[in-house]
Design a protein around this ligand. Structure first.
Ligand code: URP
Ligand code: ZN
Ligand code: ZN
Ligand code: ZN
Length: 471
């Protein structure tokens, strides 16, 4: 049945205006005033904002990591994402050295098919570069529509790739039309610093931060940017946490390097002091890169505002405090890294960013949806409100005041890293391809409704979309 969304304020990355949205066959069929209502289900937005559904470019669902597996899988994770206004995620498919890449992709399809409540796509981890890998990449791009590769510069002896692998991945990405993503921290130096810390008997969560100083995130970011310029390729730096990394990205862009950066809500609102909470509670705040000194938050907000950083990912990677985070009770290196945030990504950004005047309403849409769609080959199917685009819509009440809490969240974990945080604004209803997933704050979707999305190649995306010109 056709739907007509009425009485909303439509917000895109470019415009804010009153208008009604006609939905037919899962797509936006018309936008305007006085549209024909006959044979339509009427959806009354009651004056709320209508945003394009959020796109989260950085999730780890059902992922083996740190001797355990993330608590949220494609079912709980995508339902929680929908409650938070997100209608598409791009998850990281982890690969094993020496094994066919397709095996890993098949594993990720098996984890997600029949489970995801919203649409999803995959990035592919590249851990090594050799003839076998080279042979497989073109088919993966063509058949799977996976047009982004992830290289880890940290997690030595686990995921870390060497510089030659990163450089060759950049060369291949340019030729084949993919965007390279990096986790930029110097894994070798971290390895040395963590060994020294443990030798000295320093085992508390705070040492996670002390052994991963911002300088080495800046160093790795600069190194990756340098290789990108040399290869004349394209790079996206995930989870930027500090001024050192922002500066390297800005400097590289000013030299003409095709480079973009993502930050995450945790770096915008939490800081290093959380790792010092007593009774091992600091473990809840163990992310890599670590939370930084508070002054970095202003640098990150300014970077979002002025266009030096372009997107917000959640880096959803959830572990229970009891039974998972406590694997590292006597050794901070054994605390599984990451946190639950997929549900709160957009609300925190709206409340802390838009309501507090740090970014505009249109920038909010750009960084939570539109720019991500453009960079990762989802646009204009996703990422905007336009005739012909998927009817992925978030009806958002900007006035509701509420508290974030594990008691009320929908993620499968036993704590919230934002417990008690007071925020303004709340997703009311969420549609994915024209169907309600959340209706009046209730889940009405279906596990398995989400479709796997093949993405377009980087060089097939509109030049203007990719240009490093600032907003
Ligand atoms: O601590 C984090 N970020 N965990 C997830 C894995 C990664 O590095 O993105
Ligand atoms: Zn229908
Ligand atoms: Zn990472
Ligand atoms: Zn991550």
């Amino acid at each position: 049945m056709k739907k007509l969304v009425k009485n909303g304020v439509i917000v895109t990355a470019a415009d804010t205006y009153s208008g009604d949205i006609l939905i037919e066959d899962g797509k936006i069929a018309a936008i305007g005033k006085g549209l024909d209502e006959s044979s339509c289900e009427i959806v009354d937005a009651n004056g709320a904002y209508i945003f394009p559904g959020g796109i989260d470019p950085h999730t780890h669902l059902d992922m083996p990591f740190g001797g355990t597996v993330t608590k949220d899988d494609f079912e709980t994770g995508t339902i929680a994402a929908a409650f938070g206004g997100t209608t598409t995620i791009i998850d990281f498919c982890l690969t094993d050295k020496g094994k066919p890449l397709q095996n890993a992709i098949n594993t990720w399809h098996a984890k997600s098919e029949g489970k995801a409540a919203i649409d999803y796509s995959f990035h592919l981890m590249i851990g090594e570069m050799n003839d076998q890998v080279l042979e497989q990449l073109p088919t993966i791009i063509e058949d799977e529509g996976i047009t982004s590769f992830k290289v880890f510069m940290a997690y030595k002896d686990v995921f870390q790739a060497d510089d030659a692998t990163l450089y060759q991945t950049l060369i291949q990405a340019k030729e084949l039309g993919a965007l390279v993503m990096v986790h930029a921290e110097n894994g070798d130096v971290i390895d040395y610093l963590t060994k020294k810390a443990l030798e000295a008997g320093s085992t508390d969560p705070i040492y996670h931060a002390r052994t991963r100083p911002p300088e080495i995130e800046g160093e790795a970011t600069g190194r990756a940017a340098c290789f990108t310029g040399l290869a004349d390729s394209q790079l996206y730096v995930v989870h930027v946490s500090c001024a050192e990394a922002v500066n390297k990205i800005a400097q590289a862009r000013n030299r003409g390097v095709n480079i973009w950066g993502e930050t995450c809500p945790q770096y915008l609102v939490l800081d290093e002091s959380y790792l010092e909470k007593p009774n091992f509670e600091g473990a809840k705040y163990v992310w890599s890169p670590p939370l930084r000194e508070k002054w970095n938050q202003e640098v990150l907000w300014n970077a979002l505002k002025n266009g030096d950083l372009q997107t917000i990912g959640s880096d959803q990677c959830s572990f229970d405090f009891n039974g998972q985070k406590d694997l590292g009770k006597n050794d901070f290196t054994k605390i599984p890294n990451g946190g639950p945030i997929i549900e709160d990504r957009m609300s925190i950004l709206f409340s802390e960013g838009v309501q507090k005047g740090k970014i505009t309403l249109n920038q909010f849409v750009d960084v939570t949806s539109t720019r991500t769609a453009k960079l990762f080959g989802l646009y204009p199917k996703k990422g905007t409100i336009a005739v012909g685009s998927d009817a992925d819509l978030l009806i958002f009440d900007p006035t509701v005041k509420r508290k974030i809490s594990a008691e009320t969240h929908h993620m499968a974990v036993d704590y919230s890293a934002f417990e008690g945080m007071e925020i303004t604004g709340e997703p009311v209803s969420v549609l994915c391809r024209g169907e309600f997933v959340i209706k009046e704050k209730q889940f009405v979707g279906k596990s398995g409704y989400g479709e796997y999305i093949k993405r377009s190649k980087f060089n097939e995306r509109n030049e203007a979309q990719q240009s490093p010109v600032k907003l």
